[in-house]
Write a protein that binds this ligand. Sequence first.
Ligand code: HEC
Length: 506
Amino acid sequence: MRGFISAYNFADGSLAWRFYTVPGDPSLGFETDALKMAAKTWNGEWWKLGGGGGTVWDSMAYDPELDLLYFGVGNGTPWNQEIRSPGGGDNLFLSSIIAVRPETGEYVWHYQTTPGESWDYTATQSIILADLTLDGVKRKVLMQAPKNGFFYVLDRQTGELLSANNYINITWATHVDMETGRPVEVPEARYKDAPFLLYPSYLGGHNWHPMSYSPLTGLVYIPVLDIPAMYGQPDKFQYNPGVSNVGTDGVIGGLPDDQAERDAIGALVKGRLLAWDPVKQQEAWRVEYPGPWNGGTLATAGNLVLQGTAAGKLVAYRADSGEQLWDFATQTGVVAPPISYELDGEQYVSVNVGWGGAFALVFGEYVQAESLPNVSRVLTFKLGGKATLPAVSWNPVVVFNPPKSTASAETLALGHATYQDVCMGCHGLNAVSGLLIPDLRGSAYLWDEKGWEAVVRGGLLKDRGMASFADNVSAEQAQAIRAYVIQQAQRGQALRENAQTKGASP
Ligand code: HEC
C-alpha cells in the first residue's frame, strides 16, 4: 500500500489536497518536490508499484499560532527492508513526523525517527505540543514516544531534534546521535544473517494507546509495552495479496516448542505506566502491571492520572508521585483512554472499556491465563457515584478433544509456516488463542476434513467473522494447517494433564 493523508472541504466533501508519504510510480511523475527528494532514498521496485507503506493511521496535531499541521507516518511494507528496498536507503517518509501547511498540504519539514525501518517501527503514535523550558530557553516543542523506544523532543517550528532518549530498554540501537539526529544502530538488528531478538517488538514500546502530558507536573504519562520479538530472514518471500506480507520468518517469530522456554519468554512480556520527564529525558516514576496492553492515559488539572488496565481496572494515581488513590473493577480489560468533561457544573470521567486488539489476539499464550471477557461498554464516573455493574459470566477454558496426530514432519512444517503467516494474527501465535475468538485447538472441525475445508476455504462462517481464505491458502495448505493444529492440541492436552497430575491448576 501507499500511505497518504487527505484534506476534504467541509462544505461539499470535495478533496482539497492529498499528501503521499512515499513516492509512487516515477514514470507518472512525482506529485511534489518533497516526493522527488524522497524517491532518492529508495531502492528496488516495491515503491514504484505503489507498495512502500507509510500509512498515517493515528496522531495528528495542529498549531494555530504557527499554522502547521503535524502527523506521524507508519512503517514500510513489507517490514523487512531487505525485501522492500534491497541495499538500504532511508526510505522517506516512513517512520517520520511531518509538518505541512493545513490549507494546501505543502511540505514544511520532516524528522525521520527510524531511517530504513525494518521492524514495523511506526511513528504514528500520539503527538503532543507543549511549551518547555530547555537550558533556560522557552521552546515550542513537539513530543512523541513512537514504537521504536525513543522519546523525542523536537522544535515544532523547524523540526530540529532537541533531545532523544530511550524510554524502555532497546536492542536495535544504542542511542540517537545528536549531531546527525539519527539512531546509532546495532548492525545485527537488521537480522540479515541471523535471527535477532528485538526490543521493542513490532507492537512497539508504545502503541496507539494515547499518552498524556500534565503542564502541572511537567511529566508525560506513557502506557509502555515492554515485549521482545524474534525477527528472522525468510528462506524465500512471495507476495500473497490479501493477507499480511511482513517479510519476516513467521516460524522464527513464533514461540519455541519447549514450555520452559515459553514461560521464560512470558516472564519478559511486561507493561507499565511510565511517568517521563521530557526536559531531563528520564523516568520520574513507574507502576508495573502484570502484563502489557494497558489503556491510554488521561492527566487532569486535579493532579490525577487515570488509566484503565488489561487486568480490568480503572485506576487513579497522583500525577506527581504515582501513588494509587482509587480503582474500580471494570470486569473487562481497558485499552482506550478515559476522557474528562464538565456538565452542569459537575466533572465526569468516561471510558470506553472492552478487551481486544493485536496483543490480546496474537499473544494468546500470555493472555490466556488471566483472560478476561470482552464486555464493550462506556462507563461514566463522578464523585459520589453509586451505580454497580451487573455480573458477567465467563468460562475461558479450551476443551481439548483432538484426533490422533498422524501427519508427516513435512506436512506439519508446511502447516506451521502457513498458520504463522495467515492465521496467527487472529487465532494467536502457535495456535494458542487469547480466547476472544475460538482457540482452534479446541475446534470440532479438527475431526472433519471436509468441514475444515468448508470453513477455511469455503467461507462457511464468513458472516461470523471467519472469511474464506481460498485466495490465500491452497487445499493442501489448509489441511496441513489442520494437521499442525491437531499437533498443537495434543501438546496442549498433554501439558494440561501433566499439570493436573502434579496438582497444579490447569
Ligand atoms: C481476520 C481474523 C481471522 C483470521 C486471519 C483467521 N480467522 Fe478463523 N476465525 C475467525 C473468527 C472471528 C472465527 C469465529 C467465527 C465464529 O464465531 O463462528 C473463526 C473461526 C474459525 C474456525 C472455526 C472454529 C470453531 O470450531 O468454531 C476455524 C476452523 C478457523 N477459524 C480456521 C482458520 C484458519 C485455518 C485460518 C488461517 C488460514 C484462520 N482461521 C484465519 C477469524 C479469523
